[in-house]
Design a binder for this molecule. Structure first.
Ligand code: IMP
Length: 182
């Protein structure tokens, strides 16, 4: 599909399945290299749901170190705008004290979600904390530099597909689409 329409909005192809998978392979090499010598204990990988579930599933299967997965549900977006209020549903058994922690995000936009999340988990005193995001919007240099492993740096437009949605729609697309007309 070159274009898709959702709720009267037109989206066009932005990153194909092949582009995404090729970048994830490169990213997995970087991440494998970073954790290569931290094998003593599993890396605690926190997957930010719902958006990151496709990305995490593809990435994690090609990471080659022991890891433990946690799924955290976060929500802040209403339609195409962030509500500003972020809430998290944390697993009750999450124990990050002295652990190597890797957060996996679908997209960092304003950085509001992960800043709130970091404030939440920093109290758990992880030994090492890294952030990986498939997409990072080029908005705020201070936020960009906090993302340790970034798939694609993109401009500001709204995107859907590969886990990311517009009002709950479009998550299932294998490719990523960008809003055509604002
Ligand atoms: P932030 O808090 O502004 O950084 O937004 C992060 C979260 O908002 C992501 O995890 C997504 O769930 C959602 N989000 C931000 N931008 C987009 C987008 O372009 N498409 C779909 N979801 C988005």
């Amino acid at each position: 599909m070159k274009e898709v329409a959702i709720e009267g909005k037109l989206f066009e192809l932005f990153l194909s399945e092949q582009d995404i998978q090729a970048r994830i392979r490169m990213l997995s090499n970087e991440i494998n290299e970073y954790y290569e010598n931290t094998y003593a204990e599993p890396v605690h990988v926190i997957i930010m749901m719902n958006g990151a579930f496709f990305f995490a599933a593809d990435l994690i299967r090609i990471l080659d170190f022991p890891l433990h997965m946690y799924f955290v549900k976060s929500s802040s977006y209403v339609g195409m705008n962030t509500s500003g209020d972020v809430s998290f549903q944390l697993p009750s058994d999450m124990d990050l004290k002295d652990k190597s922690v890797l957060i996996v995000e679908d997209i960092v936009d304003t950085g509001n979600t992960f800043e709130h999340f970091l404030n939440n988990i920093i109290q758990d005193q992880p030994r090492d904390l890294k952030i990986c995001s498939l997409l990072v919007k080029n908005k705020n240099p201070k936020i960009i530099e906090k993302v340790n492993f970034a798939g694609f740096n993109i401009e500001d437009p709204f995107v859907i597909g590969y886990g990311m949605d517009f009002n709950g729609k479009g998550r299932d697309f294998k490719d990523i689409y960008v809003l055509k007309d604002k």
